[in-house]
Write a protein that binds this ligand. Sequence first.
Ligand code: SF4
Length: 333
Amino acid sequence: MRPFTYERATDARAAVAAASRPGATFISGGTNLLDLMKLEIEHPSHLVDISRLPLGDIEELPDGGLRIGAQAANSEVSADARVRTSYPVLSEALVAGASGQLRNMASVGGNLLQRTRCPYFYDTTAGCNKRDPGSGCAAIGGFNRTHAILGASDACIATHPSDMAVAMTALEARIELLGADGTARDVAIGDFYLLPGDTPHIETVLRPGEMITGVVLPPPPPGGQLYRKVRDRASYEFALVSVAAVVLVDGETVADARVAFGGVAHKPWRSVAAESALRDRPATMATYRSAAEAATRDAVGRGGNDFKIELARRTLCRTLDQAARAARATRAG
Ligand code: SF4
């Protein structure tokens, strides 16, 4: 690990000012950044510790939504009674991520900004356009079992590792930001992440020095919610495919649906095509299968990950079926 300096920020404006210096970066729980520093994949010269900023509250909003401070621990959010009751898809996604110890340390803001777990990104002897722009992509033609099937490019086929962000995408969350000049703005999570294109090292619309201060969840959507994660082992593992679904059933018809995939793309993958294929259609497995076909129409395998295309379809069908059952149970209750 290379030498670096450290400061603990005492307020948000001082933090963004400090982090806008060349070579500076934020640190909170450090569950991803410290590994990246030890492996010399990231080598900031100055760390601005934002973990003690008063940004950890979870607050109800006048419109019925919820604001989650960026410094709230993943474990606090998953255990919050309001999240568990009104946004169960988010609580389920958080519990499906990492381990208990990591969830205690990891912040909401850090979870959103964690880097890919592509093994070549962590192997400094391998070509990786994300780590070292212009050096190639060892995953294309290499070991790519865990890589993207949607939205990838010839420069990068990495996936985004967050479970939480997938649920937030289905919930249409907005991310609150504070800029280096003290200007606040918010961005829909669907617009926050970028696809790799020719610049896979640029992953979000964050500006230099800009800090995530919170996440706003709109009022809970009606219907059933479910997060389903398929992975190689039952705990402490990233998704091969995951699905966050919100399904509203009217009688035997899908009145509305929101669908987001994890583990399949460079960003949490909202599938508008699947949602269109579900709306006003019978709540049956045939409809879910049509939605799954629509969701994966543009999917491309790279050899090792070809199986993910059918896995994504089946995971979506199963998740929709369960979410629709939950919607019916909610209505009956
Ligand atoms: Fe790097 Fe992306 Fe290729 Fe992985 S998939 S080696 S992160 S460029």
